[in-house]
Every structure is written in C-alpha cells, then in structure tokens.
Design a protein around this ligand. Structure first.
Ligand code: ATP
Length: 235
C-alpha cells in the first residue's frame, strides 16, 4: 500500500466534516473519491497533505505514519497537492509558478530537467513560459497548477477537481494527461464531481456522502452501481 488512511475524524469547529474515513491507494493506481458538494472530498485531501489535523485514526505513506505531519514535510516525502480552484500565483510568470513547486529541491539542473518533463506533458505552458499566471485561461491555469504540483517530483499526486469550470474538450484533455502522468509512474488520488470522467480513468473508486464512505470498489463496478448511476451519473 502506498497510502493508507484509517478512521479519520476531522472537524471545523463544531462541524464534523469527516466521520471515520478509511481507504487506500496502491502503487501505480488512480483512485478516485467522488461525491456531492460538501461530502468532504477536499477535506480528505487537505488532511493527507498536512493542512488539517485529524482527531483520530492514522495516515500511513510507504508504511510510515505521517498523521498530522506539517505540509512542507509531506511535500518532501513525495506527496503533492493540486488544490481546488488551482490557486496559482497570478502576479508570477508561468516559469516562476513552476519554480515555486520545486521549493523543496535545490539542484538547479535537476529542477530544469523536471521542468522540461512538465513541458512534455503540457506543451502549452512552454509556449507561455513568460506569461503571467493570472492572464492564463482557465484550462491553462489548471495545467499550470498540475505542472507546479509535478515540480516536486511526487510519488503520489492529490488532484482536487481538475475538471472544474472547464469546457468538455478541455476536460477530455486534462483527463488524458492525468492518465499519461499515471502511466509514467505517479500514483494519483483524484477528487471529482465529474463522476463520469473520474470513473472512466480510475482503477478504483470510493463514494463519499456527508463525511462517510458509502461505497467502494473497482471503478467499473462502481460506475454500474444503480445508486451511483442515479445520483452521480444522471442515468
Ligand atoms: P466541494 O465539492 O463542494 O468542494 P467537498 O466534498 O470537497 O465539496 P469539503 O470542502 O471537504 O467538501 O467540505 C466538507 C464539509 O466541511 C462541508 O459541510 C463544508 O461546509 C465544511 N467545511 C469545509 N471547509 C470549512 C471551513 N473552513 N470551515 C467550516 N466548515 C468547513
């Protein structure tokens, strides 16, 4: 198991956002967490990446306990979080945004090599290397956020709603690139409201409802589940 999450209970003040969440990601997998607004998907990613604390349970990564470890340590260990809404640095150029993703690394030649690899996945970013982040289109900003996430050379990439606000063609492109990144060896935990697309590329899936996992299994099986079809796939 690359990542093992066991019995997380996370609160925002009195709000009990995660109510005993357990799941895992194996090496090489794309695992998706799907669920409606407010189900706790972003909260789950933020807890793994050290931005929120859990009151109970544990998170293990490569067999080590990383529960409530500070975010900068989590990045160094090889977990990178691409947040919902992209959160790119608007006044910085594409190049500067990418370099921010490499802040835990210090060999400039290695960093440059990683940037070239990011440009292979996202040629559009290379064309716009000196453009300010804030002037990129929504799709380009998503590519930049993912590129920045890859600059730390993660073993596990946490992606929060990469399809949000994108046209259907761009969604297809982003999901194709996610699969490509996975095939090059990065494991992926993908949070999505676009259940149809997420289930089409994931190996396994978990369905989250109001802070609890209500269903899990192979993505193909989850996509065939009548409850999932009715609630998330509009069938
Ligand atoms: P979405 O798809 O809308 O982003 P989500 O599944 O990612 O939803 P979360 O953002 O994890 O859901 O939110 C889970 C619950 O925690 C919701 O009820 C939400 O209102 C609450 N919550 C999230 N962030 C905070 C916060 N900073 N303060 C208080 N409550 C919060």
């Amino acid at each position: 198991m690359l990542l093992e999450v066991h019995n997380l209970n996370v609160y925002y003040g009195a709000i009990h956002a995660l109510q005993g969440i357990s799941f895992h990601v194996d090496e090489g997998e794309i695992v998706t967490l799907i669920g409606a607004n407010g189900a706790g998907k972003s909260t789950t990613l933020r807890t793994i990446s050290g931005l929120l604390r859990t009151r109970t349970g544990y998170i293990r990564y490569k067999g080590h306990d990383i529960t409530n470890t500070p975010a900068q340590e989590i990045v160094k260990m090889g977990i990178s979080h691409v947040p919902e809404g992209r959160k790119i640095f608007a006044p910085l150029t594409v190049r500067e945004n990418l370099l921010m993703g490499a802040y835990t690394r210090n060999d400039p030649n290695e960093i440059q090599r990683t940037m070239e690899r990011v440009f292979t996945s996202f040629p559009r970013l290379k064309e716009r290397i000196n453009q300010l982040g804030g002037t990129l289109s929504g799709g380009e900003q998503q590519m930049l956020a993912m590129g920045r996430g890859l600059m730390s050379r993660p073993t596990l990439l946490l992606l929060d709603e990469p399809s949000m606000g994108l046209s259907p063609i761009l969604v297809e492109e982003i999901f194709r690139i996610i699969q490509e990144i996975n095939q090059q060896g990065t494991s992926i935990l993908l949070v999505e409201q676009n259940a149809h697309m997420a289930l089409s590329i994931a190996h396994r899936a978990y369905v989250l409802e109001t802070g609890r996992i209500v269903l899990s299994g192979a993505a193909k099986e989850v996509a065939e589940n009548p409850m999932v079809k009715a609630a998330y796939l509009g069938v």
